[in-house]
Ligand binder design. Structure first.
Ligand SMILES: [Zn+2]
Length: 142
């Protein structure tokens, strides 16, 4: 078994689909932080064969909708005093606020700062979202 420093207080992102760990690491800009972070790739997993894990030695605010959009398999474990005190499953968000921009270049959200882009999920399989303003479909790509 792989020996990994356990964390006293922080967040562990577990069950990341193998291969997504680095993308999430970069999206959360964990290469820029000044507290300990660990990215584990291709760890063996009972359920899935292989998985990635990210350990963050700090209680940062993570946008669960954003994680769910990238990888809906993730479990977020909150660690306090070396113990898991909370566990959250992420899921594909049914509504999105401002994580991405509308695909339609003429959409008001792309040039009016007071029109904040919001979307409603139309296809889980293709991660397609409909803009609340112009109804254009935007599909999210990692
Ligand atoms: Zn739009």
């Amino acid at each position: 078994m792989l020996e990994v420093t356990s964390i006293k207080k922080g967040i562990v992102l577990d069950h990341i689909t193998s291969g997504n760990g680095l993308k999430i690491f970069n999206k959360l800009m964990l290469d820029k932080v000044d507290y300990p972070v660990v990215l584990l790739m291709n760890v063996s997993s009972k359920e899935k064969g292989r998985k990635d894990i990210i350990k963050i030695e700090n209680r940062i605010d993570i946008d669960l909708d954003f994680l769910g959009l990238i990888d809906s398999n993730i479990t977020v474990n909150i660690i306090e005093d070396n113990k898991i005190i909370d566990k959250k499953k992420v899921k594909i968000p049914s509504r999105i606020k401002g994580i991405f921009t509308c695909h339609n270049p003429r959409c008001i959200t792309n040039f009016d700062d007071s029109a904040f882009p919001t979307f409603k999920l139309v296809s889980e399989k293709h991660l397609e979202y409909r803009c609340d303003y112009c109804e254009e479909i935007t599909s999210y790509k990692l």
